[in-house]
Write a protein that binds this ligand. Sequence first.
Ligand SMILES: [Zn+2]
Ligand SMILES: [Zn+2]
Length: 242
Amino acid sequence: MTVPTALALGAAAAAANLAGAFAVTRSARFGLRFIETLVAFSAGFMLALALVGAVPAALATHPFEGATVILLGYLLVHLSQHTLTPHFHFGEETHAVSHQASSAALIGLLLHTFFDGVAIASGFQVDVALGVLFFVAIFLHKLPEGVTISSLVLASGDSPRRAVLSAGLLGAATIVGAILTTQLAFLIEYGLALSAGVTLYVGASNLVPEFQGKRTWRLPLAFFAGAGAFVGLRALLGGLLA
Ligand SMILES: [Zn+2]
Ligand SMILES: [Zn+2]
């Protein structure tokens, strides 16, 4: 992938971070309900992408160390988002949090969104179909990601301007991740395996816990539909690109 393509795809994904932030700062209630459904749908899509798309592709190029790097990707997100962070969960923040918690969450999420960019570029290195599937998965969960960071920043007592700025920073990290994956030997080699672990974490451990306790048919339905949509889109792309 060329640098301009990586820049364009990274920027398109980053725009969804900002859209999520605007939904919060302009307190669009309807928008937030839609985003809750989107969290469940993206969870299914990302879980399927990680297990059915990314893991086999990563192991095909690195049968031995690939699995270890996948595990490393998974653990890295837990370290940055939940071990070094006093308070973090996906979805809208509805209670007051400390400044320290919101800053730590922003730093933790920056690593995650950097890998969002790595994932898009790594997917395209394998083939166009996997690249498109990664792009869709990243794009879908970037709206809730923007909601997450901007509501956290607001809940810590900061201004709406800072909330949108923080979402912009997350988007910028994605652009940097996509560009570096076209340049750095380590990311060219292991970016896909790392992304597989990160995608598994985001789908199964960030997004699923956000709705698994809610008693409504709407969210599990969206979750299963997300996994089904991955399988459908993959078949469609396979047919189109064959
Ligand atoms: Zn909270
Ligand atoms: Zn993300």
